[in-house]
Design a protein around this ligand. Structure first.
Ligand code: SAM
Length: 285
């Protein structure tokens, strides 16, 4: 810890709260995160928010190609010094929400078809947008190991019928199987965050487990069901601007799917959401 503060002084770095700069200093946790990705030498490891390079260093021990993205120019300067002109670690000064990972990997001539693994201690202010971007952009990622606030991890892992089950759970579960690696207490970071964190591993399905006629329509159905959590599914879907079917039509669609009309959206499994959205899609006018 002393060492980190010395580097802060030398490089005139003051951790920026709004960029989620809480640096992980616990060596055992850093190793655990890197190990959880089962990285082999031909994998391409991508890190989002390299910070002070603690995790980057662990990734570089395991993968021959590491692409580390960092938005903060001061930290980028430090990382450039740390990794020098290393052939296997490339540091990119960019906003992960504004770049195409595929283009960046191609620019390095790393688009060899080898597995891409995203390993990151995410900046908490954009956890969900970053996660959704990684899943939706078709980057051909095989595994992600991501640290986030425990509260968000709990929502991702929630079971149907529980309070925390929601659109984020369904989205993650549509693309991946997800499991928890570990919880990480605040004292493992400098500066310490106000909350406990969790590390999750996402194994991205090669093919989604459920068949959808229209992916956007599926997510619109899911959002409509969760937007009005306290309403029955029949009312939430009939009230939604997304669907122009009459209440009677929606009642029939639910009945055909074997879903009782007074159930709430939060009790539906991903498969039930898929069947329901396919049926609504076929009956839209
Ligand atoms: N990887 C380091 C570690 O484990 O200690 C730092 C993790 S820190 C929680 C998050 C890092 O993401 C910060 O260094 C922050 O500057 C960076 N960051 C924040 N927003 C970003 C963005 N949009 N694109 C890329 N990096 C970002």
């Amino acid at each position: 810890m002393g060492k980190l503060h010395d580097i802060f002084q030398e490089y005139k770095i003051r951790p920026i709260k709004s960029l989620g700069q809480n640096f992980l200093i616990d060596g055992a946790v850093l190793q655990k995160i890197a190990d959880a990705g089962n990285i082999s030498s031909n994998d391409i490891a991508v890190e989002i928010g390299a910070g002070m390079g603690g995790l980057t260093t662990e990734l570089a021990k395991r993968a021959e190609r590491v692409l580390a993205v960092e938005i903060d120019t001061k930290l980028f300067g430090y990382l450039k010094n740390l990794f020098g002109n290393s052939e296997n670690v490339k540091i990119l000064n960019a906003d992960i929400m504004k770049i195409s990972l595929s283009d960046e990997i191609a620019a390095l001539s790393w688009d060899t078809g080898d597995p891409i693994k995203v390993i990151a201690n995410l900046p908490y202010y954009i956890t969900t947008p970053v996660l959704m971007r990684m899943l939706e952009k078709n980057y051909k990622i095989k595994i992600m190991v991501l640290m986030m606030q425990k509260e968000v991890a709990d929502r991702i892992l929630a079971a149907p019928g529980t309070k925390t089950y929601g659109a984020l759970t369904v989205a993650a579960g549509y693309y991946c199987s997800v499991r928890k690696i570990t919880d990480v207490p605040p004292h493992c970071f400098v500066p310490q965050p106000g909350v406990t964190s969790s590390v999750l591993r996402f194994d991205v399905y090669e093919k989604p487990q459920v068949k959808l006629l229209d992916r956007d329509f599926f997510f619109r159905t899911v959002r409509a069901a969760f937007n009005q959590r306290r309403k029955t599914l029949l009312n939430a879907l009939s009230n939604s601007e997304n669907f122009n079917n009459s209440k009677e039509e929606i009642r029939n669609i639910l009945s055909n799917e074997g879903i009782e009309e007074n159930r709430r959206g939060e009790t539906l499994s991903i498969l039930q959401f898929a069947n329901l959205s396919n049926s609504l899609f076929l009956n839209k006018h």
